[in-house]
Design a protein around this ligand. Structure first.
Ligand code: NDP
Ligand SMILES: CC[C@](O)(C(C)=O)C(=O)O
Ligand code: MG
Ligand code: MG
Length: 489
């Protein structure tokens, strides 16, 4: 097999990268009707498998799980996930042959072996679904011509796919039909019904492509969503402790700080997050963010370039072949960091204090969201897709850190995302060494200071630059359709 994207002429590469149509809510008026009564078998009951299955069953669909025999025999966590939630569980041979749709929700590393095992069992004219484009695009997997191949990709960790659904909302979702596999022309209608079944239509659905999804997803997860939140967590915590802030307080400010400050982002963009600061603190956060953008831009561009060329995928697949040696080493090292090992203080921190004492964290979020958006759109990814993959998903990742720090984030995200997160973190921390030397507790751990007096012209200029960033423009438009979005903090 060869990287599918790299086999395309530039004309088609740009065409597939540019597939991105925001789908009006009225396009989902049929709801799940297209899949009602169909046998849907999910392979893999992990972060996405379990939570998508719960949502789809609650939406009225016939869901069961086909697990590998070892998982059933040893009653592994995936088996417990499925059976403890009352789902029918069987082997591939028992369930795949009668399935109308098979959802491959196993780890990306396993896709080629899983598809080779289940494809011969799939009935003529059935449908195969993915939630990430890696196997089709980066590995170039070929699927039997009679099988329809679709993608329904939540721009969200599996746990929050379920939590937002239970709140009566959903998560932004990219849907796609593989152009090489749509024999009956039914792929899009099936993908729409699947997205509605997960609740995605309540947050926003983009008609995308396998290429556009995989290239944007890899970039978002490696940079702003996981990589920079990991780097920012560790650097912010270490700086506070170095400067004498009580470690338990420092750990709590970071663990819950991302969720609190990005809740403001989720509802009102970078503008609203920055408006939660005093004028002097806002100007300082803006200054820090501009400096961070200048330092990190080459790294963001390198990650985008390596994703586009296939170099990232090649590097990660070399680790797959080496029994995930790097992934497991880096996962262990993350668990050994002082931030991860420090017990949080019991004293409460007010919602506003997370803003007042977290100016540096706000600068990290602003710089990372803007840089990821700018780098993706410069590389041909369309603004709506870049928004979902940067600004909107950051709070959803922050929710996982609030639960159990970086351990929880790296547990819930895919192994692919976790690997990319560590790659970024290892490169970014030394890049920010000189920047962090100048950081003091006035921007992380203690209040930036009282008073609100600033120079009018400077404030007007800063406010204009914040409000006029293109991510704010497309965000205001996309959030206007998120009428069921709920408060979390
Ligand atoms: N995690 C996330 O939030 C997101 C993930 N995705 C995509 O969703 C897909 C699933 O990822 P994710 O939910 O993180 O996966 P998880 O690692 O959480 O779960 C994988 C599941 O697959 C099973 N599994 C592992 N190896 C094999 C194998 N060789 N054969 C059969 N089953 C196997 C595991 O069960 P057991 O080991 O017990 O057999 C487990 O149930 C990926 O394509 C990912 O890129 C997309 C968006 C977000
Ligand atoms: C951010 C990581 C992710 O892409 C996701 C939750 O969307 C993943 O692969 O886990
Ligand atoms: Mg993602
Ligand atoms: Mg991903």
């Amino acid at each position: 097999m060869a990287n599918y994207f790299n086999t395309l002429p530039l004309r088609l590469q740009l065409q597939q990268l540019g597939v991105c149509e925001f789908m009006d809510r009225s396009e989902f008026n049929e709801g799940v009707k297209k899949l009602l009564g169909k046998k849907i078998v999910i392979v893999g009951c992990g972060a996405q498998g379990l939570n998508q299955g719960l949502n789809m069953r609650d939406s009225g669909l016939d869901i069961s799980y086909a697990l590998r025999e070892a998982a059933i025999k040893e009653q592994r966590q995936s088996y417990k996930n499925a059976t403890e939630n009352g789902f029918n569980v069987g082997t591939y041979e028992e369930l795949i042959p009668t399935a109308d749709m098979v959802c491959n929700l196993t780890p990306d590393k396993q896709h080629t072996s899983v598809i080779k095992t289940i494809m011969p069992l799939m009935k003529q004219g059935s449908t195969l679904s993915y939630s990430h484009g890696f196997n089709i695009v980066e590995e170039g997997m070929k699927i039997r011509e009679d099988i329809t191949v679709i993608m329904v990709a939540p721009k969200c960790p599996g746990s929050e796919v379920r939590e937002e659904y239970k709140r009566g909302f959903g998560v932004p979702t990219l849907i796609a039909v593989h152009p090489e596999n749509d024999p009956n022309g039914e792929g899009l209608e099936q993908a729409k019904a699947y997205a509605a079944a997960t609740g995605g239509h309540r947050a926003g659905v983009l008609r995308s492509s396998f290429v556009a999804e995989v290239k944007s997803d890899l970039m978002g997860e490696q940079t702003i969503l996981c990589g920079l939140l990991q780097t920012g967590s560790i650097l912010s915590f270490d700086k506070m402790v170095e400067k004498g802030v009580e470690p338990g307080y420092a750990a709590k400010l970071v663990q819950y700080g991302w969720e609190t400050i990005t809740e403001a982002l989720k509802h009102g963009g970078i503008t609203n997050m920055m408006d939660r600061l005093s004028n002097p603190a806002k100007i300082e956060a803006f200054r820090l963010s501009e400096e961070l953008k200048e330092i990190m831009r080459p790294l963001f561009q390198k990650h985008m370039d390596d994703i586009m060329s296939g170099h990232f995928s090649k590097t990660m697949m070399e680790d797959w072949a080496n029994d995930d040696a790097n992934l497991l080493t880096w996962r262990k090292a993350t668990g050994e960091t002082a931030f991860e090992k420090t017990e949080i203080a019991s004293d409460p921190i007010s919602e506003q204090e997370y803003f007042d004492n977290g100016v540096l964290m706000i600068a990290f979020v602003k710089s990372g969201v803007e840089l990821a958006f700018e780098t993706m759109t410069e590389a041909g990814i369309i603004a709506e897709s870049a928004y979902y993959e940067s600004l909107h998903e950051t709070p959803l990742i922050a929710n996982t850190i609030a639960r159990k720090k970086l351990f929880e984030m790296n547990r819930v995200i895919s192994d692919t995302a976790e690997y990319g997160c560590y790659l970024f973190d290892h490169a970014c921390k030394p890049l920010l060494a000189d920047f962090m030397k100048k950081i003091d507790t006035n921007v992380i751990g203690k209040s930036f200071g009282s008073g609100n007096a600033v120079d009018n012209q400077e404030l007007i200029k800063v406010n204009a630059q914040i409000r006029n960033h293109p991510v704010e423009k497309v965000g205001a438009y996309l959030r206007s359709s998120m009428t069921e979005m709920k408060k979390i903090v």
